[in-house]
Design a protein around this ligand. Structure first.
Ligand SMILES: *[C@@H]1O[C@H](CO)[C@@H](O)[C@H](O)[C@H]1NC(C)=O
Length: 282
């Protein structure tokens, strides 16, 4: 843990509490979204280094009224990756807008949505996120901790028109991916226990295929169904609150965040091989 504040002496933050990142220091009134909690989402734009070394801009938005966080970044190949955490519904949504190669006859873009259960310790709370400010917006940030690759087998489809019953964010976030919204049996079981209507979820043909389906990379015929793989990375996000101790205070207080990077790999059913052109390896 790096020292915080000036010369490592944690200074008493003014009320309401502001989080100080090691490099991100509160600048009251200077950042967009000041006055979080007033209804408007707070936005933080940071420059981040991607796992391949390239630098991109990432936007982090927090809406403490809706109790949600969203993150968006554009990869150098043009793919737009977004992540939404809905704390009210225990739902997280990953979306990728993948640019097609027009000269290969592919459509302009392909959209994918992956929806899974949100655990509340995965990312800092929305009210803390809404208070983050940075002193130097030009600094390139690299996550302090790289969390292990998570490999998810997406074996259930989400019905877009019913998706609002799972999370109100689904309607906006996954509109372009209406035919390609995926989740998992184990998450569905949890949400059903929470009272989500079962009409949201639909079985995929994958489950009824007797011999199982092959990975798209191993299927020659472009019209055949197969299991597609897509990987994405959340390059930089505040994953933990740091607490400091002070002689002047009776209890530990929030004095910063820990930043994480996490990579995900999704396997999912596609009805035609050509919906998974990027998947070449076995
Ligand atoms: C999605 O749900 C609606 C309402 O229940 C239903 O009419 C529609 O057929 C479903 N869509 C699919 C693709 O099953």
């Amino acid at each position: 843990m790096r020292p915080l504040g000036r010369r490592g002496v944690p200074t008493a933050p003014p009320a309401p509490l502001l989080l100080l990142l090691p490099l991100l220091v509160s600048l009251l009134g200077a950042a967009r979204g000041v006055g979080a909690g007033s209804g408007a989402p707070a936005e933080l734009r940071v420059r981040v280094r991607l796992p391949d070394g390239q630098v991109t801009e990432e936007s982090l938005q927090a809406d403490s009224d809706a109790d949600s966080i969203s993150l968006e970044l554009r990869k150098p190949d043009g793919t737009l990756v977004s992540f939404t955490a809905d704390f009210k519904k225990d739902v997280k949504i990953f979306r990728a807008l993948i640019l097609g190669e027009l000269e290969k006859g592919q459509s302009q873009f392909q959209a994918l949505c992956f929806v899974t259960r949100l655990h509340h310790n995965e990312i800092i709370p929305s009210e803390a996120m809404a208070k983050l400010r940075q002193k130097n917006p030009r600094a390139v940030r690299q996550a302090e901790e790289v969390r292990g690759l998570e490999h998810l087998h997406m074996d259930v489809a989400v019905n877009f028109s019913q998706g609002g019953l799972l999370s109100p964010h689904l309607r906006n976030v996954c509109a372009e991916a209406a035919e390609s919204i995926y989740t998992r049996q184990e998450d569905v079981r949890f949400w059903l226990e929470q009272g989500v209507d079962s009409s949201v979820f639909e079985a995929l043909p994958e489950a009824t295929e007797p011999s199982g389906l092959r990975r798209c990379g191993q299927v020659g015929d472009s019209g055949r169904p197969c299991i597609c793989r897509y990987g994405l990375s959340l390059a930089w996000y505040p994953c933990l609150l740091k607490y400091c101790h002070s002689h002047d205070r009776p209890a530990p207080y929030r004095c910063g965040i820990r930043s994480c990077q996490k990579n995900y790999r999704f396997d999912f059913y596609v009805p035609h091989r050509q919906l998974c052109l990027w998947d070449e390896e076995p």
